[in-house]
Design a protein. Sequence first.
Length: 97
Amino acid sequence: MGSSLNQIYKYIDDKNEEMLTLWREIVNMESYSDEKEKVDLLAKTLKAKFEEEGFDCRLIDVGDKNGKTLVGILGAERKGKPIIFSGHMDTVFPSGT
C-alpha cells in the first residue's frame, strides 16, 4: 500500500498548480441559486471537466427556476458497489457580491 500512497502523493505534487487553477476557476464562477443561467453555465463547465477525466455525464432539467443537475458516472463497468459523491453548484450570494 505504501507504493500506491506514494503514487498518489506524486500525482498531487505533479498536478498541484493545474488543480489549483481549476479550483480557482470553478470557485470564482458566480452561480447564485436564483440565476438559473449561471448555475447552468457552471454545470456545463463541470460536465466538460468531468468528461475529460472519463466520466459519462448528463445534465438533467429540474424545472424552470432551478439550474440543471449534473450526474456523472465513472467506471460503470466495474464490479462492486458504486461510490456516490453529492454536492451543490449554486451559491447563496447574488452575482457581484
